[in-house]
Design a protein around this ligand. Structure first.
Ligand SMILES: Cc1ncc(COP(=O)(O)O)c(C=O)c1O
Length: 434
């Protein structure tokens, strides 16, 4: 039986570790598991009929173009639509040659890693940050420098001149951050773009959830503020959360010289994103579809978030704190200092509840007493049941702070494992992979 050591993989490939979330998702495939671990958008929000009609129209009216190779930059009408959308959001000078269509914003992170990071390059990230970005950037071996965050998101005042000096970029998630659900206030946004303008450090603004605001007031994005302050902002957007992730369509807005380089890198990666999908998405959204569609999606998320916050209020001990997001999909929980969320997960899975421990979201100095909950795809009754179970487990850990956490090997393999991945064969190794 060949194993990975049979092959002469590159050092880069050897350094790749499995995504925590994917590993947990394998466990949570079993129907009896109440999973707050996934980050999947609510499928009831997918506009299937509209996308079907759009694909049909595109194939009927322009089938030969839709099925042909296209330009790496992307389908021009979609890029024009996006440039106009950015202008309406306050970045009034964005032009079409500053827009690149990509295959999901995850691809944008990979392309930007290739563009900016040499081994040892300094990259500034929030603590905690989006795990998928850390995975993408890590392939290029940066030296991470973490920027402190609090309830109001990234703290620009904590950015020292030494941190900014020589940094290739700062990666920021201003709206309903993944994993914490936190949002940066206007003053901090302003302060961040001003500091980065002064220091000449580009900002990567990753904002896939910005349109899923269901409470509070919309704030100007870093791109709009940055253009006014003279900062370089590279904005990443996505159709995954406003239409559907299976479309695999996202975009980058950045100064033209950055886009030109990204185009060369994308060419080497996949030539271009799917022409058919780009044309169908443009066909779907061109006449104001999102303005009608998004309020219904926001209603679903608001309601789901409310169920979870309500259940947490009833069942979580007062020693535990959590965020109250104004949009997006995630709540971030801080447990009492002595409770390790990874150990809590082992016990939660025994009781058929799953979540993502917080530690992997930190580029360094992980806080092990944190975890992420997603409320989007779980029905109300299951949210209440799962949160009640978690509350009891936290109470139990809390009641006996000196009791060591459960032995990972003591977890029943049959309880822990449902995936078919043969490389992960014991509960302990699965948890190590997280
Ligand atoms: C913050 C953030 N950025 C990027 C992505 C990647 O999204 P996609 O590639 O589907 O556009 C995600 C996915 O959940 C995310 O949470």
């Amino acid at each position: 039986m060949p194993s990975s050591s049979t092959y002469r993989f590159s050092q880069r490939a050897k350094n790749i570790t499995s995504s925590t979330i994917r590993e947990i998702l394998k466990v949570t495939e079993r129907p009896e598991i109440i999973s707050f671990a996934g980050g999947l958008p609510a499928p009831v929000g997918f506009p299937i009929a509209d996308v079907k009609q759009a694909i049909d129209r595109v194939l009927t009216e322009r089938g030969h173009t839709a099925l042909q190779y296209g330009p790496t930059e992307g389908y021009t009408p979609l890029r024009e639509w996006l440039a106009q959308d950015m202008q309406q959001r306050g970045a009034t000078d964005v032009s079409v040659d500053e827009v690149l269509i990509v295959s999901g914003s995850q691809q944008a992170l990979d392309l930007l890693g290739k563009l900016f990071i040499d081994p040892g390059s300094k990259v500034l990230v929030e603590a905690p940050s989006y795990l998928g970005a850390l995975q993408s950037f890590s392939l290029f071996e940066p030296e991470y420098v973490t920027v402190a965050t609090d309830e109001g998101g990234l703290i620009p005042e904590e950015l020292t001149a030494e941190q900014l000096n020589d940094a290739r970029f700062i990666y920021a998630l201003p709206n309903f951050q993944n994993p914490t659900g936190r949002t940066m206030g206007l003053e901090r946004r302003q302060a961040l773009v001003e500091r980065c303008a002064q220091a000449g450090v580009p900002i990567i603004e990753d904002d896939p959830y910005g349109d899923l605001r269901y409470a509070g007031k919309a704030l100007p994005g870093l791109l709009a503020l940055g253009r006014k302050a003279g900062a370089t902002v590279i904005r990443l957007g996505s159709f995954s959360k406003v239409l559907a992730p299976g479309l695999r369509l996202g975009y980058i807005v950045a100064p033209a010289p950055i886009i030109s380089k990204l185009v060369q890198i994308k060419q080497a990666t996949d030539l271009h994103s799917s022409t058919l999908t780009q044309m169908a998405v443009y066909e779907t959204i061109k006449n104001g579809f999102l303005a009608q569609h998004l309020p219904a999606v926001r209603d679903i998320y608001r309601e789901q978030c409310g169920y979870m916050l309500d259940a947490m209020q009833s069942h979580f001990p007062s020693s535990t704190s959590w965020t109250r997001p104004e949009g997006g999909m995630f709540i971030w929980v801080t447990l009492p200092q002595h409770i390790d969320a990874q150990e809590l997960l082992a016990r939660a899975i025994e009781r058929h509840v799953a979540f993502v421990p917080g530690a992997p979201f930190y580029a360094d100095a992980a806080q092990h007493n944190t975890l992420r909950l997603s409320f989007v795809t779980v029905p109300e009754a299951r949210i209440r049941e799962g949160i009640a179970i978690l509350g009891r487990l936290i109470e139990e850990s809390h009641a006996s702070p000196d009791t060591p956490g459960i032995e990972l090997d003591a977890v029943e393999p049959a309880t822990m494992l449902s995936g078919t991945d043969p490389t992960i064969s014991t509960p302990a190794s699965r948890l190590q992979a997280l």
